[in-house]
Design a protein around this ligand. Structure first.
Ligand SMILES: NC(=O)c1ccc[n+]([C@@H]2O[C@H](COP(=O)([O-])OP(=O)(O)OC[C@H]3O[C@@H](n4cnc5c(N)ncnc54)[C@H](O)[C@@H]3O)[C@@H](O)[C@H]2O)c1
Ligand SMILES: [Zn+2]
Ligand SMILES: [Zn+2]
Length: 370
């Protein structure tokens, strides 16, 4: 079938929206009509050419939600008409990692996905016979896409696609980190560094876990106000004494749980130091620049602080994303508020500009679905 898609032709250049060919799903694959797709930092990071593992041409996009249109041979868990959220981090349920219950890093299709191919080593995207590689196994800056069955979470069809798509990356990363990775305990104190999409998700997750105090730290007063809306109790603009301030505000010991959602290694260090002596748990979510290192004085660890990180916030996509959608539908989780701009596929480069200007939390591409 013919589809419109935003193609990264050359690093550092605007994406080019054009017609491509999309082949039908093969065994274990699913054809999804994309209804909405958020624009995330990783798309821009890859488009800019800074990511050493990036390649072009490719169709970017990984924060998608849509409807199953067709399934390939052997697909049993999804059928046409199902509403789905795309998963750059799949969940096969069978590999040694999935079975361990200890990690969300599924091993099933990793190698081919990183190289831009579907699990059988080929692509469904092409143009004039030239194969075009997939991106993050998702390529959702497109009217339709083909993904492996294990990279789709089936969700309640009552959910708005424009809001649910945020659970494909940004919102889930913060939410899952607080709810399932850190398992924030009721009554605890939390400090969240960075109040963008990921940090606000973490704030919301801490609130859902009934944390007593949630400190939000961000230089932007506007973003701090948003953090209050999602549950932050104390708002702090960082200065060189930020760790000391957090420690003082948490009984002199530090926060039970800290979260880093900025991508800055200096802030990651602050998040470690602001965690409570004895048992404080620091969860790092930001993606640092190439070659950057996080420095930790070992004394902070000897005295009981712990550090962990999580791709996709540690979420197991097929298990956790539907649960988050249900929380949204029950009115416990405000996803709609994260959507600051709605754009068309042709405006995708404008959405990148908005992100660079830190204008709004998330721009979502809404597709014309007939
Ligand atoms: N772990 C994952 O799987 C995953 C998924 C999505 C995004 N990320 C990463 O998470 C990070 C955050 O993503 P986002 O979409 O929320 O980005 P964002 O740019 O919207 O938010 C980052 C926030 O950090 C704030 N900030 C800047 N300097 C700060 C400082 N010194 N102290 C505290 N806050 C500061 C900014 O004002 C901004 O509000 C990025 O590095 C992104 O690449 C990781
Ligand atoms: Zn993302
Ligand atoms: Zn697996």
């Amino acid at each position: 079938m013919k589809i419109r898609a935003a193609v990264l032709e050359e690093f550092g250049k605007p994406l080019v929206v054009q017609d491509l060919e999309l082949a039908p799903p093969r065994a274990g694959e699913v054809l999804v009509r994309v209804h909405a797709c958020g624009v995330c930092h990783t798309d821009l990071y890859t488009a800019s050419g800074v990511d050493p593992s990036g390649y072009a041409p490719t169709v970017l996009g990984h924060e998608g939600a849509g409807v199953v249109e067709a399934v390939g041979e052997g697909v049993t868990s999804l059928r046409p008409g199902d509403h789905v959220v795309t998963l750059f981090s799949p969940e096969c349920g069978e590999c040694v990692h999935c079975r361990s219950g200890k990690t969300n890093i599924c091993l099933a299709i990793r190698e081919q996905q990183n190289r831009g191919y579907l699990p059988d080593g080929t692509t469904r995207l092409s143009r004039g016979g030239e194969p075009i590689r997939h991106f993050m196994g998702t390529s959702t800056f497109a009217e339709a896409t083909v993904l492996p069955e294990i990279a789709l979470a089936r969700i309640d069809p009552a959910a708005s696609m424009t809001s649910a798509c945020l659970l494909a990356c940004g919102a889930t990363t913060g939410l899952a980190a607080a709810i399932w990775k850190a398992e924030v305990e009721p009554g605890s104190t939390c400090a969240v560094f960075g109040a963008g999409m990921v940090g606000l998700g973490a704030v919301a997750g801490c609130k859902l876990r009934r944390a007593e105090r949630i400190l939000a730290i961000d230089p932007s007063a506007e973003r701090l106000e948003l953090a209050r809306r999602w549950g932050a109790t104390d708002l702090l603009q960082p200065d060189e004494h930020i760790v000391q301030r957090v420690v003082e505000m948490t009984g002199g010991f530090g926060a039970d749980y800290t979260f880093e959602a900025t991508g800055r290694v200096d802030v990651m260090g602050q998040a470690v130091e602001a965690a409570r002596m004895g048992w404080g748990l620091c969860t790092i979510l930001g993606v640092a620049g190439r070659g950057e290192k996080l420095e930790i004085v070992p004394r902070f660890l000897i005295t009981g602080r712990r550090v962990q990180g999580g791709s996709f916030g540690g979420a197991k996509g097929r298990t956790h994303v539907p649960q988050l959608v249900d929380m949204y539908l029950r009115g416990e989780l405000d996803l709609d508020g994260f959507v600051s701009h709605r754009v068309t596929l042709d405006q995708v480069n404008h959405a990148f500009e908005l992100m660079e200007q830190q204008d709004g939390i998330r721009s979502v591409i809404e597709f014309d679905v007939h």
